[in-house]
Design a protein around this ligand. Structure first.
Ligand code: BGC
Length: 256
């Protein structure tokens, strides 16, 4: 895989989970990384220490991606402190479960704000700078198998991920002439903090594992490897696509 030396990457939600592994991997490929966190500075510092341990370069910027002013600042800091921003990984995401008929307005607003509004306006800030500088770029959204597959009791999450599927497709066409590619990575069940409750409850975990042909959860590093590929020169001609990484979960069907 070609390296990312000389590139700058912003990775949202990189204080934990998949985002942390992506930040570490992109830095390992030579990119300077903007580590974004909303509430967990400790996690962001841990990401930075791990990057520094292999002589990588990073800065930490606090941003709540659901606030447009914060998304602009995230991109501004990349340009001011690192001299540009070539790769944007929209990773930050939340999920809240409830029966549809009981879902509170506050949960709808929170999930759609982080998972869809955030990537929308952060990508806008990213693109404006590139357009003005006449530079190309990469947008990689961490979506989910649930951009396409149902997830009962998680209607807000599915609405947000379905939204980011169409946002990706739309922007791939609109931004292609600017030399900016846009793709989604759609993980299935990955061992991360977002899944903690499910992973520690065998009554929930075991039926899920039975649905995964490869018989295990995925790892954060496996997702990060796919992101590194999409960020690399080798992926220059790829835009407008979703890359599923789910151990076969989406394609599974059993008759008992
Ligand atoms: C969700 C997990 C879920 C997985 C597979 C992910 O997008 O965050 O909660 O287990 O999809 O259904």
């Amino acid at each position: 895989m070609a390296g990312l030396e000389g590139k700058v990457a912003v990775v949202t939600g990189s204080s934990s989970g998949i985002g942390q592994s992506i930040a570490i991997r992109l830095a390992g490929e030579g990119a300077a990384v903007v580590i974004d966190f909303r509430g967990h500075r400790d996690g962001a510092e841990e990401t930075q220490q791990k990057i520094a341990a292999s002589s990588g370069r990073s800065i930490i910027v606090q941003a709540d991606v659901s606030r447009v002013v914060d998304t602009q600042n995230l991109i501004d800091q990349a340009w001011q402190q690192l001299g540009g921003c070539d790769i944007l990984v929209n990773n930050a995401g939340i999920e809240k479960g409830s029966d549809f008929w009981d879902t509170p307005e506050a949960d709808y607003d929170a999930v759609l704000a982080v998972n869809l509004k955030g990537p929308f306006f952060l990508t806008q800030a990213f693109v404006r700078k590139l357009r003005d500088a006449k530079k190309s770029g990469r947008v990689i959204n961490i979506s989910s198998v649930h951009e396409d597959m149902v997830f009962p009791h998680f209607a807000t999450y599915c609405a947000s991920k379905g939204g980011i599927r169409m946002l990706m497709r739309d922007l791939a066409v609109e931004l292609g002439p600017l030399g900016i590619t846009v793709n989604n990575v759609a993980p299935g069940a990955i061992a991360t903090p977002i899944n903690q409750a499910m992973m520690s409850d065998p009554a929930k975990l075991n039926p899920l594992l039975r649905n995964i042909p490869l018989g295990r959860l995925g790892t954060r590093e496996e997702v990060a490897g796919l992101v590194a590929y999409l960020a690399s020169e080798e992926a220059a001609y790829i835009t407008g696509s979703t890359f599923v990484i789910d151990g076969g979960l989406m394609r599974n069907y059993h008759e008992q």
